[in-house]
Design a protein around this ligand. Structure first.
Ligand code: SAM
Length: 260
């Protein structure tokens, strides 16, 4: 089986077209949301599908206690290498659909990088929210960053969608993305296939990730929050702004859930 691009932490950020300063901007926005809606200091933070927890690393340097959960041992060990034990992020290897942690309750949780729509089934969606809810203090916030998918790409057979080349300090990567067909009656509205041919100076590796996606819009998140019995959705923000209306959303939106 071909490896996942997440086995190459330094490469996936370029593949996802992350811009310089984006993580800092996102972290600053999260802190603004917490000031606006929590109104008490944030001391303990849970980063969901944290990868190496780039947002958490920034918060940990500010003295906040951060815990990251992710299923990928490679991403976690990259995060551990970036963290000083006393000041850094603490990691747990977990799948996010249903999990628990031997940790005291958190003030806030966040799920960044537009990965939330991988929770496809109603069961996973609700057990995920309940898992996070159990780890949050009452009135704690859960901020979820979701991309705006404004064009469903239903296909009858696997079809190429995008093709681009990106470079890192030590590799050139040919990125091809494909759409795959999916059953009309399932919870998913897309199956995204990401293929990367990575040319290192001494070898070539091809990675492949097949990612079923559930098109998540604000009313679905609101419904899931209600159905979980643990959250209410208290705000929706677009493109890291408090003022841009949903109609003008360009790329992404953030749902803010409050633990009830
Ligand atoms: C796009 S990366 C984002 C990582 C990090 N939040 C960031 O902003 O850099 C997505 C992460 O989600 C993790 N992930 C995807 N599906 C998961 C699942 N079902 N359970 C746990 N982790 C998962 C992957 O291992 C990967 O580290």
């Amino acid at each position: 089986m071909e490896p996942s691009v997440y086995e190459y932490p330094s490469i996936f950020r370029r593949v996802h077209m992350e811009k310089p300063g984006e993580i800092e901007e996102e972290t600053a926005f999260l802190e603004k949301v917490w000031r606006r809606h929590l109104k008490k200091p944030v001391r303990r933070v849970l980063d969901i599908a944290s990868g190496n927890s780039p947002h958490g690393q920034i918060l940990a340097r500010e003295g906040i206690r951060v815990v990251g959960v992710d299923r990928s041992p490679t991403m976690i060990s990259a995060g551990k290498n970036q963290s000083r034990y006393d000041l850094g992020v603490r990691f747990y290897k977990r799948k996010i659909a249903k999990f628990s942690l031997p940790e005291q309750p958190f003030d806030v949780a966040f799920f960044m990088s537009e990965t939330f729509p991988v929770l496809i089934s109603n069961r996973d969606l609700l057990s995920h929210l309940r898992s996070v809810g159990k780890l949050l203090k009452r009135s704690g916030l859960y901020c979820i960053d979701i991309d705006k998918m404004d064009r469903l790409r239903a296909v009858r057979e696997r079809r190429r969608w995008q093709r681009r080349k990106v470079r890192t300090a030590d590799a050139t990567i040919q990125v091809n993305t494909y759409d795959r067909p999916f059953p009309w009656h399932s919870g998913m509205q897309s199956i995204f296939e990401l293929e990367c041919r990575i040319d290192f100076p001494d070898r070539t590796v091809t990675t492949r990730d097949v990612i079923p996606i559930r098109y998540t819009i604000p009313p679905l998140l609101e419904l899931a929050a209600m159905a979980s019995g643990m959250f209410e959705m208290i705000a929706v923000y677009t493109d890291l702004s408090f003022v841009t209306p949903l109609d003008e959303c360009d790329r992404r939106w953030m749902g803010v859930l409050r633990r009830i």
